[in-house]
Ligand binder design. Structure first.
Ligand code: ADP
Ligand code: MG
Length: 466
């Protein structure tokens, strides 16, 4: 069978029956037929990411579709489009996603100039949140590859790119990595990176100062808008309305939009349907909890970035005991390094265990702030993002105060640390919440019973985990 004998459009029609429309549009519309000889089919794809994604997910669909059309079984190979910058084989490596491999960094060929570093700071970027420092594993490979594709072909690969996952799993790192890489492009695009809260504050301030025109101009003239933690966007308020119009304006002008959130679009309770559907237009990628191997690689990377190399035993010890949150892993590394220099000792397993005595005991045997938040969210049937937001409505602020009270009573975190788990509130807010609930408990037996039950449930859950 030869190329001329294969009707590629019929193959595509067959494939279309086997996958959802969005999948088809994203992955199949860019494949071209290059060659067919001796049942070896060569297909052209735009870049290495596409090739790897197709290989992993859709190779059988393609084979089946060819079989239906031609009756033959074929072998499939891919060729990257000749003018694709990703032809560099190292890019394929990154997209192939190997645990422990440092991610390919579009910014690496050019050294970080002084200029660029200060520009990145002005934009509000953390200097270490670059692709090179991001460890890729099964938990984050799709988000990483999509972020990379956006950084390399903004407005073309995926628009918008929506990345979601729970706290401490690398959303901010990835969105900032895109921003760094974009700043390194020539010509340099105008980019705006900010937290959703910052966007809201700027909008409110613009409204207050009658400065809306300026605000709009500022947002709508950018080439890329990157908004972190979109779940903080308030329901039905003017900021969401404004964001909606900003989104439309940028999208229609084919500007790149990148968004992060703690949950997938349709599960953010405050986001209206019309925005939810727009968020799904492009690529939605999830970040999950890292596996043991990925945690090991992350620990090695983080230690190396701090100019250290931890003994294997220490790396394994951290990876075994801290599983759910990479920010906590980083905290443990900092603790160990700090402890070693304080004691003026080498880092070994004994020192590491001493340094992490609090952290790891707390994680395994006692109730954590996350436990209190999960219990409260479950009981009052509210969203975690609301609990952590600045919303003042009673339906949210009461559970939040109960949660702060529980965290204060059941964990040994300081007022300030607790405040940090509730959207960065200061210690006086936490103290006020604790006082208020303590007062209420004197008369409100219903509340007292609720708190007792929640406490009991949490204790049971924790001892089950041990
Ligand atoms: P999120 O925004 O999802 O809450 P962050 O992006 O702030 O999480 O990540 C928390 C910390 O963990 C940061 O210091 C970040 O550099 C680190 N981190 C997360 N994922 C990775 C990864 N895959 N490789 C290296 N560091 C990571
Ligand atoms: Mg974040």
């Amino acid at each position: 069978m030869s190329t001329a004998q294969l009707d590629w459009n019929s193959v595509l029609s067959e494939a279309q029956k086997r996958v959802r429309k969005q999948q088809f549009d994203t992955w199949f519309s860019n494949i071209s037929l290059v060659d067919l000889k001796d049942d070896k089919l060569l297909l052209g794809v735009p870049n290495a990411f596409f090739r790897d994604w197709l290989k992993t997910n859709y190779i059988d669909v393609i084979k089946e579709s060819v079989k239906v059309v031609t009756g033959n079984n074929v072998e499939i190979a891919f060729r990257l489009s000749p003018n694709d910058p990703e032809e560099d084989p190292t890019v394929g490596e990154a997209a192939r996603v190997q645990v422990g491999q440092p991610a390919y960094a579009p910014e690496s060929p050019r050294p970080f100039s002084r200029d660029l570093a200060s520009l990145a700071r002005e934009v509000g970027l953390h200097s270490q949140y670059i692709f090179n420092n991001f460890v890729v594993g099964p938990c984050n490979n799709l988000a990483h590859a999509a972020a990379l594709a956006v950084a390399e072909t903004p407005s073309q690969a995926y628009n918008p790119l929506f990345m979601h996952g729970s706290v401490g799993l690398g959303k901010t790192h990835l969105v900032q990595a895109i921003a760094h890489a974009l700043l390194n492009r020539r010509p340099r695009p105008k980019i705006l990176y900010m937290s959703c809260e910052n966007f809201m504050n700027q909008f409110i301030s613009a409204v207050r100062h009658g400065d809306i025109e300026n605000f709009r101009y500022r947002y709508r003239q950018v080439d890329a808008l990157l908004i972190d933690d979109i779940h903080f966007l308030g329901k039905g308020d003017r900021t969401q309305e404004e964001f909606f119009h900003t989104f439309n304006a940028l999208y229609n002008a084919q500007k790149q939009i990148v968004i992060t959130s703690d949950s997938p679009p349709k599960e953010i309770p405050t986001i209206e349907e019309r925005l939810v559907s727009r968020f799904k237009w492009g690529m939605v990628a999830k970040l999950s909890q890292p596996t043991y191997e990925t945690r090991v690689a992350i620990i090695q990377k983080k230690a190396q970035l701090k100019g250290r190399s931890f003994p294997e035993e220490v790396v394994n010890y951290i990876a075994e005991h801290i599983a759910s949150n990479i920010r906590e892993i980083e905290g443990a590394i900092i603790k160990i390094i700090g402890y070693a220099s304080l004691m003026n000792k080498q880092i070994d397993i004994i020192l590491a265990k001493d340094a992490l005595l609090d952290t790891i005991d707390r994680e395994r045997t006692t109730i954590s702030i996350e436990d209190t938040q999960n219990a409260v969210v479950g009981h009052f049937k509210i969203k975690l993002s609301d609990l952590q937001s600045k919303k003042r409505s009673k339906a949210i602020s009461h559970p939040r105060q109960v949660c702060m009270y529980l965290a204060r009573k059941l964990t040994d975190y300081s007022l300030k640390e607790i405040g940090g788990y509730f959207g960065g509130r200061d210690h006086s807010t936490v103290m006020h919440a604790c006082d208020k609930i303590t007062n209420m408990l004197e008369t409100d037996t219903f509340l007292a019973a609720t708190i007792e039950r929640l406490t009991e449930d949490m204790r049971k859950n924790v001892s089950k985990k041990r």
